[in-house]
Write a protein that binds this ligand. Structure first.
Ligand SMILES: N[C@@H](CCC(=O)N[C@@H](CS)C(=O)NCC(=O)O)C(=O)O
Length: 224
């Protein structure tokens, strides 16, 4: 399990992002987990999302993305890996028994690997395809994959509050992923819409989002 360190955790975040990404950057997942367990942290702002990243940043995050987590000598990248580390310090986020821990991590990886790519593809197409003649066809091709994953997820969640008996890092990532699904995509699954509403109503999410938005501005559009 995690080494206890008394150093204050630091996470990276952007100073500015384009409008479509405002309130949707993945440092929110980490802030949310830290807020859930009352762990104070500090933020290191690294500029704009599309600015070149300094070599020192690329040494910490090879893809130049947010978030990076630093605590003492420990430097982690990838939101999933960071959440397992934080979860290992507090069973309210990640149960310590093998079954509970494994199930929560399975859900978190399912969110990252089986659900997020489908939804992210639709978001990327919508952003990049605005005003093009290929957008409608590309959306028609990509949407069934997202619809199928959401239908399966809805079935698995059923009428439970959380993916397993207790709230965990699996719910943090799954809810954050589902926040990016369009209302039309969620509409056939009222239990998923309610699940997102339940998660984002948690005081820890609200505090995380407020802190995130306080750090981050909408970037001015690039000159034409
Ligand atoms: N798999 C990474 C994804 C991180 C990610 O997509 N970060 C975005 C912001 S939400 C970013 O920094 N994008 C800039 C880029 O990819 O250059 C994680 O979960 O940490």
């Amino acid at each position: 399990m995690a080494t206890k360190s008394h150093a204050l955790p630091e996470i990276t975040a952007y100073r500015s992002v384009p409008e479509f990404a405002y309130g949707r950057i993945k440092d929110i997942r980490i802030r949310w987990a830290l807020e859930e367990i009352g762990q104070p942290y500090r933020t290191r702002l690294i500029g704009g999302i599309f600015e070149d990243k300094a070599p020192a940043y690329l040494a910490d995050q090879p893809f130049g993305q947010v978030p990076v987590y630093r605590q003492g000598d420990l430097i982690l990248f990838e939101s999933g890996s960071i959440l397992i580390h934080i979860g290992d310090t507090d069973a309210r986020l990640l149960p310590s028994d093998a079954m509970g821990r494994g199930r929560a991590i399975s859900w978190m990886i399912a969110a990252l690997n089986s659900v997020e790519p489908m939804i992210q593809t639709l978001v990327a197409l919508t952003v990049k395809g605005q005003g093009t003649d290929w957008l409608a066809g590309a959306m028609d091709a990509a949407k069934p994959f997202a619809e199928q994953r959401l239908a399966r997820l809805s079935q698995a969640l059923g009428n439970r509050d959380w993916l397993e008996e207790h709230f965990s890092i699996g719910d943090i990532v799954m809810i954050d992923v589902l926040r990016n699904a369009s209302p039309q995509l969620l509409a056939p699954h009222p239990n998923l819409a309610a699940y997102v509403a339940r998660g984002t109503a948690r005081p820890a999410f609200q505090s995380a989002m407020a802190a995130h938005l306080a750090d981050c501005a909408v970037a001015a559009p690039l000159p034409a």
